[in-house]
Write a protein that binds this ligand. Structure first.
Ligand SMILES: Cc1cc2nc3c(=O)[nH]c(=O)nc-3n(C[C@H](O)[C@H](O)[C@H](O)COP(=O)(O)O)c2cc1C
Length: 241
């Protein structure tokens, strides 16, 4: 039997790589299909961190293996209506941003991600959520591609602009900027700058806000919804379905 999963990715960099590792593992043996639902910010971070081509392999586009993006949806997110049609065995939300968790907890369904959760709950599809902000303290996050103004020498022409085949680097007011929506994360720009001004993969420590932790606690109380601590736990759960 093929297990049919719907997977929401929100605009979170934390747990994104681990999420893709699990998605890859699951689809590898052809016993799991994944339909991906991306919030607007989710689409942006997937591109920024260079995971778009991986996503196209995980959800290659045939029926129940599509990638649905918020930006191309109609205002009522009709593809989220699938959850009341008994098409999916589970809905996974990983990684789940603090923003999406807050909205789910308060019943808000105004994005593709939160609407998918609302419809899954109405259609009795089990929901598994991996929040990024689980407990108070600090989290280490990896920054996406960026140009460090302190190291940029404002060359004209700029090799970073020239090397980008997606036209994602543009000069605005004399300064090169990476357009994170156009960036596909290929990484060619990093080596192209002789001054090392393009950065990728820098680690930063962020404080987790107590309001986000409190929202996760409220999430744990919701019916038909399970909070998971790490994307790896999804694999075990899906294998048992
Ligand atoms: C590079 C990058 C990484 C981010 N990582 C996180 C994260 O790990 N957790 C989080 O809650 N928000 C993160 N954000 C902020 C969210 O993208 C932002 O709150 C957005 O509104 C979430 O929208 P969504 O919940 O509809 O996807 C990140 C933003 C950027 C630009």
């Amino acid at each position: 039997m093929v297990v049919q999963i719907a997977w929401v990715i929100t605009g979170a960099g934390h747990f994104l790589e681990e999420t893709f590792d699990v998605m890859n593992q699951l689809v590898k043996n052809n016993k799991v299909t994944v339909t991906t639902y991306l919030s607007s910010a989710g689409e942006q971070v997937v591109k920024m961190y260079g995971f778009w081509s991986k996503l196209e392999q995980i959800s290659p586009g045939s029926h129940l293996q599509e990638v649905f993006t918020e930006n191309k949806e109609d205002p009522s997110f009709s593809h989220a209506g699938r959850f009341i049609l008994d098409l999916y065995n589970a809905l996974v939300v990983s990684p789940a941003s603090g923003n999406t968790v807050a909205k789910i907890v308060y019943g808000i369904a105004d994005t593709l991600a939160t609407n998918a959760v609302a419809q899954a709950q109405k259609g009795d599809v089990p929901v598994y959520v991996v929040p990024t902000d689980l407990e108070e303290g600090f989290v280490e996050t990896t920054l996406p591609y960026r140009i460090d103004r302190r190291e940029c020498k404002l060359c004209n022409p700029c090799s970073v602009v020239d090397v980008c085949s997606y036209s994602a680097v543009r000069i605005l007011d004399g300064v090169p900027k990476i357009d994170s929506v156009l960036c596909q994360g290929c990484g060619l720009c990093v080596a192209s700058c002789p001054f090392g001004a393009v950065k990728y993969g820098e680690k930063k420590r962020l404080r987790i806000r107590s309001v986000d932790v409190q929202n996760v606690e409220k999430l744990r109380l919701m019916n038909n919804l399970t909070v998971l601590e790490h994307p790896q736990q999804i694999e075990t759960i899906i294998k048992k379905l």
